[in-house]
Design a protein around this ligand. Structure first.
Ligand code: SF4
Ligand code: SF4
Length: 447
């Protein structure tokens, strides 16, 4: 057993303890989903500006070829997940049911689908700015779910020094085990990516935070750390949302990141384990972000699995590979059950931020009658950001969205702890999301 396992179980204040439900997939080795005929790559897969196509309908593309270039600073490139032909550039239905611009690609049934691996960039000779630009052009985003562009996090203002690179292997969402399997199966790639990032950021050390319910990952990574590498593996208390950046910084370093500030303001750069492996895959193998690991689980899936899925693959094909839906399946979530969102159709594509496809049956999704708030305060005790969720929910129901700004609605990370804790089944986080969406859209239309 890794020697630090018993000694260190770091923690933060508040949070909740949902059942893990990880036993379905935590011991299942990662498999590769077969290539299919049709892929759809939405141009906007994260906050910021959508990418701009650099290909045209009818054009032949290779797997890994650039198909869209960043549309601004908070934007990343897109690459073809398959060798094939650009079928169409137009509006396609997205995860939320709205139509949005995307590139449709038809795979070539006779192509080998190998990625051209000859062009791994020489990261050692790059300046930090060149490295940041390369990360953006490789299409790399946060792989934990939010899909925030990684190069933006690397761009620190003058006078800010990153001392610690914190790698997030908490995977605190129930059901998800894709990060767990990645750590167990590719510890070498994780440590290689960590070394590249540490050297480019000139950070003093790397800390890999892993919830203590993954002892095999803690042990295997500990065994792979070379004696000359300044890397610590830190087991963390099993608690949700241990993987939220600010919570993890508090757990590992005991430091608070004040509201309105970022991890870099306390000298820390935080990245998910999948992001770090994506860095290794690009800078050591030349493979841009064209695929990701997805946990397919939940009571409505016939054969749960952890799968390497080319981006743009329809969820329908992923579910089909897993034996299809069980009778009574009712809701499909993209991401984890706490922070993920229901998908509008099985035809939506797997995106860069898709850590899971979870299928729930009627048993889990029906019969949650909403009752009036009883002022029990459980949502306040659960909120790791010390907000007043019940007040935010009340204001949202009254459509007093502007007033919610004074109650720090934008500090809410939508972790869902309040909704989980509420005995009255009030959909607090959904009410908060509605208000945030309204405020953001209004600001955008005023701009
Ligand atoms: S108010 Fe936001 S941050 Fe606080 S528990 Fe609810 S969802 Fe999480
Ligand atoms: S947990 Fe639910 S019932 Fe209790 S105070 Fe919060 S909103 Fe009201």
């Amino acid at each position: 057993m890794f020697k630090g396992f018993r000694r260190l179980r770091r923690n933060f204040e508040h949070g909740v303890h949902p059942a893990h439900h990880k036993e379905q997939t935590e011991d299942l080795p990662i498999q590769r989903v077969p290539f299919v005929k049709d892929y759809v790559m939405p141009l906007g897969q994260h906050i910021g500006v959508p990418a701009r196509p650099v290909v045209e309908a009818g054009e032949r593309v290779r797997r890994g070829q650039l198909i869209a270039t960043p549309g601004g600073f908070v934007s990343t490139a897109l690459h073809s997940p398959v060798t094939g032909t650009i079928r169409e550039i137009g509006d396609f239905r997205g995860v939320d049911g709205r139509f949005a611009p995307a590139i449709a690609i038809e795979a070539d049934a006779f192509a080998t689908q190998q990625v051209d691996m000859e062009a791994a960039p020489d990261w050692q000779s790059m300046s930090l700015n060149e490295f940041i630009e390369a990360v953006q052009m490789a299409g790399i985003v946060g792989m934990g779910g939010a899909a925030f562009p990684s190069h933006v996090k690397l761009s620190v203002p003058d006078g800010v020094r990153i001392r610690q690179l914190l790698i997030n292997g908490a995977e605190c969402e129930p059901f998800l085990t894709n990060d767990h399997r990645l750590m167990v199966e590719r510890p070498g790639a994780l440590l290689d990516g960590a070394e590249i990032m540490r050297r480019k950021l000139d950070a003093e050390e790397v800390i890999i935070g892993i919830e203590a319910n993954k002892p095999d990952a803690i042990e295997i990574i500990g065994q792979h750390v070379r004696p000359d590498q300044p890397v610590r593996v830190v087991p963390l208390k099993v608690k949700y949302p241990q993987g939220a950046e600010k919570m993890m910084i508090k757990s590992v370093f005991g430091k608070e990141v004040p509201a309105g500030q970022l991890p870099r303001d306390v000298g820390v750069n935080v990245n998910n384990v999948g992001t770090i492996v994506a860095i290794a895959d690009y800078f050591l193998r030349g493979m841009p972000l064209i695929e990701r690991i997805v946990t397919v689980a939940g009571p409505g899936v016939t054969y749960p699995a952890n799968l390497v899925v080319p981006l743009g693959t329809p969820v329908r094909e992923v579910v089909r590979f897993c034996g299809g839906l069980r009778p009574g399946s009712r809701e499909i979530i993209m991401g984890g059950p706490m922070m993920g969102r229901p998908i509008a159709s099985l035809d939506v594509p797997v995106l860069k931020g898709c850590s899971g496809v979870l299928v729930f049956t009627e048993e889990q999704t029906s019969g949650r009658t909403e009752y009036p708030c009883i002022r029990c305060g459980r949502c306040l005790e659960a909120c790791p950001y010390f907000l007043n969720p019940s007040r935010l929910a009340r204001l949202s129901k009254a459509r007093m969205f502007d007033e919610m700004k004074a109650h720090h609605v934008f500090d809410c990370v939508e972790c869902g702890c309040c909704t989980f804790a509420c005995p009255s089944n009030i959909p607090i986080v959904q009410l908060i999301r509605t208000a945030k969406d309204d405020l953001v859209h209004r600001k955008e239309s005023e701009a």
